[in-house]
Design a protein. Structure first.
Length: 364
């Protein structure tokens, strides 16, 4: 493929070609698959052909981006062909890119015909190429798969109204930290699970956070309890100790001590006797809480207790944050792709038009 020439009128070629293709999302510096359909004289081509691909920064003229990609002696069956391309990551910095395609059929014979105009590769937010898509029976897009410019990936699903309803991706500026978000019909996040910038797993929801279990002896029912909520990242330990002659000691378990912020511990005591004169604790030391009856009482009875503490490392948990700061942690939602674009007229009877592909495009 040493010689190329741009065709300006039909008389310069034996037959006219129409090339239609789709590109897949590609990971940085990894090859991706380009699948297309080649027509000769209005009919699907067959045989082996040579192809040439070059990126540009303009629809016409402009500057070539990266090295040209050549695919020689490629089998074309009923117009369909598949090639592997690798322009690397650097060319896809968010600026618009245009793909120039040249073809020579049969392979090794004659000159390369450069199709005109070039194909526009419209950037998708965070993505290198238009992503593979899944379509419903009516042809509407219900899911897309993208590679992000920070090296992560993203799976978007869409409702019939075109808005995102589920996003599986990574945290902003942290491509190794996963995020799963669930969105309402307006595209606003309502629940999510993710790993934050400190490597800690986080779960949030705008509604209640219940757990559901089977109801013993009632197979037709479920028990649904709701998580206790508050402005702190709190933990607790509760139990019963025996007060003897007005004194007792609460022994905190080692796992509670390991998680509790020491200066945040609070104690609630409930006497198991109507004759109690009241209870108090005198000291917290080495995982032990000394308690006693007020007024130097000498009662002996059960004492029920609840010990609360802030979780160690979460003492500065803020119950109110700015809405913009909250949303900034998560990836921007994608716009639902539309159907095939209209064919673009070209010189010399050529045309280049994006097409959809029932099976999508493979990513390697």
């Amino acid at each position: 493929m040493q010689r190329t020439r741009r065709m300006s009128h039909c008389a310069l070629i034996l037959a006219s070609f129409c090339l239609a293709g789709i590109t897949s999302a590609a990971h940085a510096q990894a090859p991706f698959t380009y699948q297309g359909q080649l027509k000769q004289g209005g009919s699907p081509a067959n045989g082996n052909c040579d192809f040439q691909f070059q990126l540009f920064d303009a629809l016409s003229g402009g500057n070539a981006i990266g090295q040209p990609q050549q695919a020689n002696n490629i089998a074309v069956n009923n117009g369909l062909f598949t090639v592997r391309l690798n322009f690397g990551f650097a060319p896809f910095n968010g600026d618009e890119r245009f793909l120039e395609i040249g073809v020579r059929c049969p392979a090794g014979s004659g000159n390369v015909v450069t199709l005109n105009p070039r194909q526009v590769l419209t950037p998708v937010p965070y993505s290198l190429f238009a992503p593979p898509v899944a379509r419903a029976a009516d042809g509407s897009v219900v899911a897309t798969l993208s590679v992000l410019d920070d090296g992560g990936g993203a799976l978007f699903t869409f409702g019939p109204n075109g808005n995102n309803n589920v996003l599986v991706t990574s945290l902003v500026n942290h491509p190794n930290n996963g995020f799963v978000g669930v969105y309402d019909d307006q595209g606003a996040v309502q629940a999510g699970i993710y790993v934050d910038e400190n490597g800690k797993g986080q779960v949030f929801a705008t509604g209640q956070k219940p757990f559901v279990v089977d109801y013993p002896n009632h197979p037709d029912r479920k028990i649904m309890y709701v998580s206790l909520e508050g402005p702190e990242a709190a933990i607790y330990h509760r139990g019963v100790v025996k007060l003897v002659r007005g004194r007792a000691t609460i022994e905190l378990p080692e796992h509670f001590i390991a998680l509790a912020s020491p200066d945040s511990i609070t104690v609630q005591l409930t006497p198991g006797s109507l004759s109690s004169q009241g209870l108090a604790f005198s000291a917290i030391h080495d995982g032990r809480i000394d308690i006693g009856e007020l007024h130097n009482g000498k009662g002996s009875y059960d004492v029920h207790f609840v010990v609360h503490a802030l979780r160690r490392g979460y003492e500065d948990q803020q119950p109110v944050i700015a809405a913009d700061a909250f949303r900034a942690q998560f990836k921007q939602l994608a716009r639902k792709p539309t159907g095939s674009a209209a064919t673009v007229s070209a010189n010399a009877g050529f045309s280049v038009s994006p097409v959809t592909h029932p099976a999508g495009a493979s990513v390697e």
